[in-house]
Design a protein around this ligand. Structure first.
Ligand code: ASP
Length: 267
């Protein structure tokens, strides 16, 4: 009998995103699946999905990022895998795919780069910049808060990635949960978690690490999702996707575009 490896990819368009935009999260998931099948490392596969959502324009990330209250666009992104790789950027301006910059940070001697230094790093690495037209049009038509995110399982490995334009109309320099390890995302040998919603509340709950600890305790993701939603007041937008060796689940106390796909491939 051929040994089979289970691949699972979940993608979300953020708490408050329109479920009618789930075609975007499904395409992003397929990008991730395809890259895994071509032998890409799992963290790269999670970042591919998030980059696809950053390019979509209907979500609050990349070219869809909301503006700050002074009209500027600052973005946060992060990625992590179960081997302990982590990288993030905060308040990054002018780049098309912040998650790709976060991925390069994860391969550097640094874990989080912010602001001017993050932009200089991205420029030196040849990362693609946003055109003046793209900057003028970012987040034009959508005003809910919706980070994009992905969690991936490939056999015994797990990864997560996130990207956001932050909360609408926040002051420049505001950084949410996304680049904070264990807050917006966490990945370990037993699973991966990606959150979305009110970044201040998500950070104060150390949400992703606590959800991961429930995985460690043997809880099914289908139970973890409502448990984590219960950590937040109804008035606080929150959503989460979770994958573990037991299964996967996603949910939000708002509308949320999210999709999951699974596949078994020969080892
Ligand atoms: N969590 C993100 C932030 O606070 C926003 C979101 O998920 O919609 O920056």
């Amino acid at each position: 009998m051929t040994d089979k490896k289970k691949i699972v990819v979940l993608t979300h368009g953020g708490a408050g995103s329109d479920p009618a935009h789930a075609a975007g999260t499904a395409i992003a998931g397929q990008m991730s699946m395809m890259s895994l099948q071509t032998g890409e490392p799992i963290i790269g596969a999670a970042c591919h999905a998030v980059a696809s959502l950053e390019d979509d324009g209907r979500f609050n990330a990349g070219v869809g990022s909301h503006k700050r209250n002074d009209g500027t666009v600052e973005m946060d992104a992060s990625c992590m895998d179960s081997s302990g790789t982590f990288g993030a950027v905060a308040a990054l301006e002018g780049f098309k795919n912040p998650v790709r910059v976060a991925r390069i940070v994860s391969q550097s001697e640094y874990r989080v780069l912010a602001g001017r230094g993050a932009a200089e790093f991205a420029r030196n690495q040849g990362c693609q910049t946003l055109s003046p037209d793209e900057i003028a049009n970012t987040g034009k038509d959508f005003s809910t808060t919706d980070t994009v995110g992905c969690v991936v399982r490939s056999g015994d490995e797990f990864a997560a990635a996130l990207s956001t334009g932050g909360i609408d109309n926040a002051i420049p320099g505001r950084v949410g949960d996304v680049p904070l390890i264990g807050c917006g995302l966490y990945a370990g040998p037993l699973g991966a978690v990606a959150a979305t919603g009110d970044g201040e509340a998500i950070a104060m709950q150390v949400t992703a690490l606590r959800a991961y600890q429930l995985i460690e305790q043997g809880m099914d993701p289908k139970a973890i999702v409502p448990t984590a939603i219960g950590w937040f007041k109804e008035s606080t937008a929150f959503g989460i996707i979770v994958v573990s060796k037991i299964g996967f689940a996603g949910g939000s106390n708002r509308d949320m575009a999210w999709t999951a796909s699974e596949l078994e491939i020969p080892h």
